[in-house]
Ligand binder design. Structure first.
Ligand code: NAD
Ligand code: MG
Ligand code: MG
Ligand code: MG
Ligand code: MG
Length: 345
């Protein structure tokens, strides 16, 4: 643990995988996170059983990887530690049908994202521990890092501790998947969920794509060529973000020209102004009061009509066709595409 932060950070020395020696861990789902958790735990010496529906296409993959596979219900009944790694939108259903009937007092119910617990879509009984271990990375990297003896930073939260060992057990799990090699930050379900939703809506996914589209449209509508607009507003973004990732805003400002620095510093707040800040606060409020999640649940129940429409409109934006053409024409596109996953942020 370090004292420099207000949050607690845990490393390998703070955790002991043998805490789970008497447990069987059921990993439900074998997608991005599921395959990584199951394989890493298995190789860390933990007894793992994978729970998948009959006929699930992931079944053969998990079996080929040398893991024991059974139905979600049977996996839960065999296990004392249940890691819920099916998509967030089906978790409530899987909980009701496969998990709840097979949970026993003293079991651990664990998530990698707190959405269903925080918004009461899953209401676990009082006699089980409820925890979260959430790697801050797509599952494929969780797996690759583990294989390379590297770690993946993660979050840990305890929602309900009936055994008195919830923290220790979640830390053992975090070590088993390789997270404590890098560092695990303690948080709460509320903080993890609300900040995650806000980040992806306001900045990372929603905010940045809207900023790019507005910039692109402004240039193209003023008569500049789409190719130039694409480079200026989308392609160069990666170079800028790489610098910010490495050394914060300071490194980015250092690396750009003084003209860019003065222009950016003097104009940035005019573009993303107080009204944007107010919109962000409104968006955060919808997250905090549950309005967003209610909307998303209803959207799923209705067969995702708005979601499909929004996706279609985004796909048909001119910048996408321009980008596809340009990426084919230039040498930089020969780099391997990076792995992305829509639930990874
Ligand atoms: P995913 O979509 O990659 O995989 C889902 C798995 O669940 C698949 O194996 C699928 O076959 C199985 N599945 C789907 N429906 C099922 C059902 N009804 N019954 C049983 N199995 C079913 O999911 P994911 O992206 O790994 O997300 C899992 C959890 O991890 C979510 O809570 C997500 O928020 C969280 N998370 C994901 C990432 C990420 O990088 N993808 C990062 C952090 C946290
Ligand atoms: Mg059991
Ligand atoms: Mg320039
Ligand atoms: Mg400079
Ligand atoms: Mg998210």
């Amino acid at each position: 643990m370090t004292d420099e932060f207000t949050t607690d950070i845990y490393y390998d020395d703070d955790a002991d995988v043998s805490t789970l020696d008497d447990d069987t861990v059921a990993v439900l789902g074998y997608g991005s996170q599921g395959h990584a958790h199951a394989l890493n735990l298995h190789e860390s010496g933990v007894d793992v059983v994978v729970g998948l529906r009959e006929g699930s296409s992931s079944r053969s993959a998990a079996e080929a990887d040398g893991l024991t596979v059974t139905t979600p219900a049977d996996a839960v009944s065999r296990a004392s530690y249940v890691s819920v790694l099916v998509p967030d939108t089906v978790q409530a259903d899987v909980y009701e049908n496969a998990i709840a009937p097979n949970l026993e007092a003293g079991d651990t119910l664990q998530f990698a994202h707190g959405l269903n617990i925080h918004y009461n879509q899953i209401e676990p009984p009082e006699d089980v521990d409820v925890t979260m271990v959430a790697p801050k990375s797509p599952g494929h990297l969780v797996r690759r890092n583990y294989e390379n003896d590297e770690g993946t930073p993660g979050l840990l939260a305890v929602y309900q501790d009936t055994t008195g060992d919830a923290d220790e057990r979640a830390l053992a799990y975090a070590k088993g998947i390789g997270c404590t090699r890098a560092g695990v930050i303690e948080t709460t379900f509320r903080e993890e969920v609300e900040s995650d939703l806000f980040g992806e809506q306001a900045v990372l996914c929603g905010g940045v794509t809207s900023l790019v589209k507005h910039g692109y449209e402004t240039l193209v509508d003023a008569g500049y060529s789409p190719e130039i607009a694409y480079f200026e507003c989308l392609n160069e973004l990666k170079l800028i973000v790489d610098l910010m990732y490495e050394g914060g805003h300071a490194e980015m400002w250092d690396s750009v020209s003084d003209t860019a620095e003065y222009g950016g510093l003097s104009r940035g707040d005019r573009i993303v102004d107080e009204t944007v800040r107010e919109n962000m606060e409104e968006t955060l409020e919808e997250i905090q009061n549950g309005e967003f999640t209610r909307e998303w649940i209803l959207e799923n129940q209705a067969g995702r009509p708005s979601y499909n429409q929004l996706r279609e409109a985004e796909k048909n934006h001119e910048i996408e066709a321009v980008g596809e053409r340009l990426r084919d024409l230039f040498a930089w596109a020969e780099e391997e595409p990076t792995e992305t996953d829509d639930e990874s942020v």
